[in-house]
Design a protein around this ligand. Structure first.
Ligand SMILES: Nc1ncnc2c1ncn2[C@@H]1O[C@H](COP(=O)(O)OP(=O)(O)OP(=O)(O)O)[C@@H](O)[C@H]1O
Ligand code: SF4
Ligand SMILES: [Mg+2]
Length: 325
């Protein structure tokens, strides 16, 4: 499959520079060197705890922010570059409260597709049908929509620009379980019908498992593990992935670290030189605090990779890079 999106060693730092009085401003290291390829037509799930850099990464992919280092490339040529749209967690809040749905959806149709008059009206009706909403909702204000309806409008607004790739940042986290299921079903249906590619961000492991072809586990601004969803869930290699899976045993349950894990993250102003998970890791050894483990395959499938000096082994076939099993 051809790549639609390619990230090479992408980093994003906030702050830095000098204050008015010449003092150094602190720098937050939000994303710390991520390389990732997304193939056309696949869904890549990105999961990790709050503050690990998921939204910062998403904002850079859609062009709302730019990397401090590294490159982000969308497939295409001079005639047509693949287009990408963002679906927010709280679509109601991202809509202008004083504008009806019709106006919110008309902006991309006019600006990006050049549609006006009857052609625009027809496309508005088509978009509403695509997200299974009655066209009467076009005349509503955002506060007159339920969470699920607002999310459908958010999806319709993204689709108005006829994207190839949707970056969905916690698209169902604000919804109750039955509404979540409906929106997830809609997203699956749209993907099949329109041939879309998804980057799907969530802190909910069961949602990520249900939607993803591949899963990327993010920890403190870096990829801890990446691989086919089935392999990562059945045989996690990175101790952080194993902790996450042990923390949320039931669908929809929030991440709830075991008692022995205090959940402390390193200081984002001063990242450690070695593995950022070392302070929480039961397998940590001296080398972990000194040397950053590279993302690499550890004897499983070549596309199942983790950044760990002592990855967890699963059975006789799994050869290890480090000495532990
Ligand atoms: N504009 C900014 N200025 C300074 N720091 C920022 C900015 N945006 C994000 N950060 C910091 O970058 C880190 C990553 O934030 P980000 O919002 O990407 O996390 P997240 O994984 O999306 O978290 P959540 O699950 O809570 O949405 C955090 O430490 C955050 O405080
Ligand atoms: S590199 Fe070391 S500290 Fe980091 S996850 Fe692996 S074993 Fe744990
Ligand atoms: Mg976020």
């Amino acid at each position: 499959m051809s790549a639609i999106l390619q990230l090479d060693d992408v980093a994003r730092r906030f702050g830095g520079g000098r204050t008015l009085f010449g003092g150094a401003k602190p720098t937050v290291h939000a994303v710390r060197g991520i390389s990732l390829t997304v193939a056309r037509g696949e869904t890549v799930g990105i999961v990790g705890e709050s503050g690990c850099g998921k939204s910062t990464l998403a904002r850079m992919v859609v062009g709302l922010d730019h990397p401090s280092d590294g490159t982000i490339r969308l497939a295409g040529n001079a005639d047509r570059r693949a287009s990408v749209q963002y679906v927010f967690q709280d679509c109601a809040a991202s809509l202008n409260p004083r504008k009806r749905v019709r106006q919110a959806l008309s902006v991309p149709l006019t600006k990006l597709a050049g549609l006006r008059g009857k052609a625009r009206e027809a496309r508005l009706a088509e978009l509403m049908e695509t997200v299974n909403l009655d066209p009467a909702f076009l005349d509503r204000y955002p506060h007159e929509l339920s969470g699920g309806q607002a999310q459908r409008i958010g999806i319709a607004r993204a689709l108005a620009a006829e994207p190839d790739l949707l970056v969905l940042d916690e698209p169902v986290s604000a919804l109750d379980v039955s509404m979540q299921a409906q929106v997830l079903e809609l997203l699956a249906d749209l993907k099949a019908r329109l041939g879309l590619t998804y980057v799907f961000i969530s802190h909910d492991l069961s949602v990520i498992e249900s939607v993803s072809d591949r899963v990327a586990i993010l920890y403190f601004g870096k990829l801890a593990e990446i691989g086919p969803a089935r392999a990562v869930y059945a045989a996690p290699q990175h101790p952080y992935t194993a902790l996450l899976l042990a923390s949320a045993p039931a669908p929809g349950r929030p991440l709830d670290p075991p008692d022995e894990d205090d959940g402390t993250l390193p200081d984002p102003y001063d990242p450690p030189p070695g593995c950022a998970f070392a302070a929480r890791c039961p397998r940590a050894e001296a080398v972990c605090r000194e040397a950053m483990p590279p993302l690499a395959a550890h004897g499983g499938a070549p596309d199942h990779q983790s950044a760990c000096h002592f990855p967890i082994s699963h059975g006789a076939g799994a050869r290890q890079g480090g000495s532990r099993q």
